[in-house]
Design a protein around this ligand. Structure first.
Ligand code: ZN
Length: 406
């Protein structure tokens, strides 16, 4: 016989009376506090909306039973509840805060999709109403910032003049004559939602009765999903929440930067420029330090039997950025080899003057076989980072052994 869907004709119905036609144990439901026993209930009529068409199901109570889930099953609506219900009359009550939020988001989606279609020729191919963010997938050219803002402004303009939102019924042919763009394959009488002067769309969802109740549409970002563009947006109370959080973030950033939210862009530019300048001067200072230190190290280093000067250095508290320039400076000297480690970060750099004739790469491989890490380079210059920084000394000892230094 099927369930009569009360929400089709009155999306604002929160409390209703119905008859329990069927109630049987179902598979346990996973909740935050673990698995819970569940029953499936069919009513003769219901105001509970089942998950469908991108809109999530309603929550609420049927008699003393709490509703976990509501499913669309052909002509029936299946309510999954937390206790057994007796056959016969029962009172139902839906969670109105959740439902009204869904109505704001869903009607906002119809309106926003219509604006993308009408103004930018971008059809919506799918819609998802999430717990926090909603998305529509648009097909066609990438909607750039001006299109995202243009569609948002146009949709909000329709909200501000508070146009009626009504339900229409008709066959696919009749609806097409009224201007429904979407091809509908289902036969029989169809339900469509009309936003006066803006949109007519086949839809089984619940909607607000006039655009003013959407409150506000706020478009967020757009990202590429396969061949389409996924546009994030929020409506109504969610838009208020998002804008509030945005401003709080800006205030926090402003406090940190000692400026007003309006001055943040300028302040960030200034900080980025300062950071770049500091980085440049640090580089220059490290280069000078590397030159001086390489000279000192080589002066106090005695060549081995083959005339090779081995320089070993363990850095601990110094800036690890010193490793590369120091190794480079050492290897500039005839027959010099530099074996450098940074104990704080587990980084190592081995470098040689080509005339030293060793193979740094082969040596590094042997070291990393024993002391795990990632790295590589050329015959003359290698760098690596160990998985465990405290093994840096062990890696240096191993390198000495491989080179026959001990
Ligand atoms: Zn819809």
């Amino acid at each position: 016989m099927g369930t009569h869907r009360l929400y089709y004709d009155d999306a604002y119905l929160q409390n209703f009376e119905a008859r329990v036609r069927y109630c049987e144990p179902a598979r346990p439901v996973t909740t935050e506090s673990g698995p819970k026993a569940a029953w499936e209930v069919l009513l003769d009529e219901t105001a509970f909306y089942p998950s469908s068409g991108g809109q999530p199901f309603d929550l609420g109570m049927i008699g003393e039973a709490r509703v976990f889930d509501v499913r669309d099953d052909g002509d029936e609506i299946v309510h999954v509840v937390d206790r057994e219900l007796e056959s016969g009359p029962v009172k139902g009550c839906i969670d109105w805060v959740r439902r009204f939020d869904h109505m704001q988001q869903h009607t906002g989606q119809h309106l926003l999709s219509a604006m993308f279609q009408e103004r930018y020729g971008l059809p919506t191919v799918s819609f998802h109403l999430g717990g926090e963010i909603n998305t529509i997938d648009l097909r066609g050219e990438e909607p750039k910032a001006d299109a995202l803002m243009g569609a948002q402004h146009a949709a909000n303009a329709v909200i501000f003049v508070d146009r009626p939102v009504t339900v229409r019924y008709g066959t696919a042919g009749e609806l097409a004559q009224l201007g429904v763009r979407k091809e509908v394959e289902r036969g029989g009488i169809l339900r469509a939602i009309e936003i006066e002067g803006a949109d007519l769309q086949p839809c089984g969802g619940t909607h607000v009765k006039s655009t003013g109740q959407i409150g506000m549409i706020l478009v967020r970002r757009s990202t590429k999903i396969r061949q389409d563009w996924r546009v994030e947006f929020v409506c109504g109370k969610r838009a208020e929440g998002s804008a509030t959080v945005d401003y709080q973030r800006l205030r926090t950033i402003g406090e940190r930067l000692r400026c007003t939210p309006e001055e943040i862009s300028v302040a960030i530019e200034k900080i980025a420029a300062e950071r770049d300048a500091h980085f440049k001067s640090l580089r220059a200072a490290l280069q000078h330090l590397a030159e001086a230190r390489a000279k000192l190290l080589l002066e106090t280093c005695t060549p081995d039997g083959q005339g090779i000067r081995w320089v070993e250095e363990r850095l601990r508290d110094e800036n690890p950025e010193l490793l590369l320039p120091l190794a480079t400076e050492i290897a500039k000297n005839e027959k010099a080899v530099g074996l450098l480690i940074h104990e704080g970060t587990g980084q190592l750099v081995f470098a040689q003057h080509p005339a030293a004739g060793k193979d740094m790469n082969a040596m590094l491989k042997q070291v990393l076989a024993d002391v795990p890490g990632k790295g590589g380079g050329t015959k003359d210059f290698v760098r690596a980072k160990l998985v465990e920084s405290r093994k840096a000394s062990a890696a240096l000892e191993l390198a000495r052994k491989v080179f026959g230094r001990r």
